[in-house]
Design a protein around this ligand. Structure first.
Ligand code: NAP
Length: 283
């Protein structure tokens, strides 16, 4: 019988993870199947118990359950605990361990796709939500000292900076001062949903100050090129979209369930193809 890996989210029908992981299981000839389950918040605890009862190999957890799931697990990896969110669960004989592969997945994607090493760059992160927390935690772990958070709500950025005070210093940018700082950044990372389908004409910052020596990264993958990335490309900046983060966080989860390296190139091509197909139907 095939071992199940589940993904729990609400909504979940849009997720590309089942196609991506089922392709990986097939290519490696593994006896696993990945299934999506729409779990409303009231059913999260029962859903987590089902992993034990039905002996699933593990699960991915996505919006809106990444934070709330922590209290139902037997063990939470200290990094996931610091980030405050779990996106991957491993089941060993009913003992459930939680991990967060989002931040590592993002940094692997950025470094590999652009062939760079993160060391001393000045980085501006737009947004202070769940994805920003995972990414910023990993940036601080790499001892990056010039990290700036630019968020709509200053209080949320301040909370993030105070939660992470033990791992490093974060600079908080107020809206009025952010504009002056843009040109001085080496890397700009959008983690806000601004520019995501269907809001294609929106950008989280004024792109006029972007220049050719910068890297502009957007973790949105639908569309593949947000307005921010289109404008950055026009300025000859290097651009990076969210497909790689999706694939690499999935590859790290795959390794936790199976112990094996995932076929990243094939997963990437599949996800990109599916998104191009979806976009053709939408526009
Ligand atoms: P989240 O926890 O809800 O955080 C969203 C952040 O964006 C908040 O800081 C929020 O600011 C800011 N924001 C939201 N709407 C805004 C607006 N209209 N103008 C300015 N700022 C706004 O969401 P998340 O889980 O971090 O996800 C954020 C985005 O990342 C989504 O688009 C998601 O699809 C994408 N994502 C991609 C991947 C991937 O694999 N590529 C993985 C995870 C997430 P306030 O604090 O002021 O509310």
């Amino acid at each position: 019988m095939k071992k199940t890996v589940a993904i729990y989210g609400n909504p979940i029908q849009q997720s590309l993870s089942p196609d991506m992981h089922n392709l990986a299981f097939k290519l490696l000839d593994l006896n696993y199947h990945y299934s999506a389950y729409d779990i409303i918040p009231e059913n999260l605890e029962a859903g987590i118990n089902a992993i034990r009862v039905l002996d699933f190999a593990g699960a991915n957890i996505t919006i809106p359950h990444k934070e709330k799931v922590i209290k139902f697990l037997d063990y939470v990896d200290p990094r996931a605990s610091a980030i405050g969110a779990v996106n991957t669960i491993v089941n060993k004989n009913g003992y459930l361990s939680g991990y967060n592969t989002d931040g590592d997945g993002y940094l692997h994607s950025l470094e590999e796709e652009l062939n760079i090493k993160l060391s001393k760059q000045k980085i501006m992160v737009i947004g202070a939500g769940g994805a920003a927390r995972a990414i910023i935690y990993c940036l601080l772990e790499k001892k990056l000292e010039d990290v700036y958070i630019f968020n709509r709500s200053i209080a949320k950025a301040e909370n993030l900076a105070s939660d992470f005070a033990n791992y490093g210093h974060l600079n908080i940018l107020e809206v009025s001062k952010a504009v002056d700082k843009i040109a001085g950044m080496d890397i700009i990372i959008n983690t806000s949903p601004v520019g995501m389908f269907p809001d294609l004409d929106q950008s989280p910052i004024d792109c006029e100050l972007i220049h050719s020596k910068q890297i502009v990264s957007d973790i949105i993958y639908n569309p593949l090129k947000t307005k921010l990335l289109i404008q950055a490309e026009k300025k000859s900046a290097k651009i990076h979209n969210g497909v790689g983060m999706l694939v690499h966080q999935g590859a790290l989860a795959f390794k936790l369930w199976t112990g094996l390296d995932a076929p990243i190139t094939e997963m990437y091509e599949l996800v990109k193809g599916k998104l191009l197909e979806q976009n053709k139907r939408k526009y």
